[in-house]
Design a binder for this molecule. Structure first.
Ligand code: AMP
Ligand code: MG
Length: 305
């Protein structure tokens, strides 16, 4: 049963957790300013350690209340919000986003999602909502309401059904700190799209600047084998492109990266339910959205991304 945006906003104000649909993946949401509620997210996800979370807000004005936007951050917000881009900026108001939500950093990760239900919840709540993916730690992100409920529904006071996630891949995380713009996590907005707006990105800051990214992440129970050209009879092959493997297991029969991104986590989950010896995945080209898809696949396979 789906809660209304108003009911979800009320649950947030009461210090409870919610399931929040966004265009990327389903989030497990809490009031960013309430440390106990944020702690409940880590408990529900079974996260092995605290990493900084993304604060979701209804619009760019609310974003400017909590973060300090330099010219590059403003240009990126203008170009990609609402949408699947997260900006890491210096924190402006540490009261609105608690220390635990920032993992003690003096920066904050902010996103304005495009999903109408997310916007309705955030506007009704009127403050930042932290919402990491609603999966239990280390498992693939949920991209359907049913998967989100299965993963962390037990922990929430309100669950909003927003249908299947249009993008199906987490947001791109870009930092704009000290006059330097860096790609911290590849995602739904591509490197090429970002560089078209602000010019060349600084060297990849990942690791140094994006704490809490585990090597084995997004992983189903079955082992994942990437760059596979064929599968054994007891394996499932997630194909890409025409004539590769069974159509129902194809990330995109036409070789379309957007379609592959939208199908990725759902197919990993569905394949996992068949309990195969392994999930083999066809090679995916690396340009555009392929950078983020390959990043998630390397993590699912247990390689450091
Ligand atoms: P998730 O909420 O699980 O989608 O992940 C949030 C992502 O944003 C992770 O990659 C974090 O490391 C990154 N992130 C959040 N806040 C910060 C911050 N203040 N500085 C750098 N990276 C951050
Ligand atoms: Mg996640």
């Amino acid at each position: 049963m789906s809660a209304t945006p108003h009911e979800a906003a009320k649950a947030l104000a009461d210090g409870a957790l919610i399931l929040l649909p966004t265009e990327t993946v389903y989030g497990l949401g809490a009031d960013a300013g309430a440390p106990e509620a944020v702690a409940a997210i880590f408990a529900a996800k079974g996260r092995p350690r605290f990493n900084p979370l993304i604060s979701h807000v209804a619009d760019a004005e609310m974003a400017a209340d909590i973060g300090v936007f330099d010219a590059a951050a403003q240009a990126l917000a203008q170009a990609f919000w609402p949408g699947p881009l997260t900006l890491v900026t210096p924190i402006r108001d540490a009261g609105r986003v608690c220390d635990l939500a920032r993992a003690g950093l003096d920066s904050v990760a902010i996103r304005v999602p495009a999903h109408p239900a997310a916007k309705a919840v955030l506007a009704a709540f009127g403050g930042p909502v932290v919402a990491p993916s609603a999966n239990r730690s280390g498992r693939p992100s949920p991209t359907t309401f049913a998967d989100a409920v299965e993963e962390t529904g037990f922990a929430v006071a309100a669950a909003v059904d927003g249908g299947p996630c249009r993008v199906g891949l987490e947001s791109t995380v870009v930092s704009a700190l000290d006059g330097r713009v860096a790609l911290l996590r590849p995602g739904a907005v591509t490197r090429e799209q970002i560089e078209a707006v602000i010019g060349p990105l600084a060297d990849d800051g990942e690791g140094r600047r994006s704490p809490g990214r585990l090597a084995l992440h997004y992983a189903p129970d079955a082992p994942v084998r990437i760059e596979a050209t064929a599968a054994a009879p007891d394996e499932i092959l997630l194909g890409f492109g025409p004539g590769v493997g069974e159509t129902r297991w194809s990330l995109s029969p036409t070789g379309d990266l957007s379609q592959a991104a939208a199908n990725l986590f759902r197919l990993l989950r569905e394949a996992d339910r068949q309990k195969p010896a392994a999930i083999a995945v066809s090679p995916i080209p690396g340009a555009g959205l392929g950078e983020a898809i390959n990043d998630r696949l390397r993590r699912a396979a247990g390689f450091v991304g």
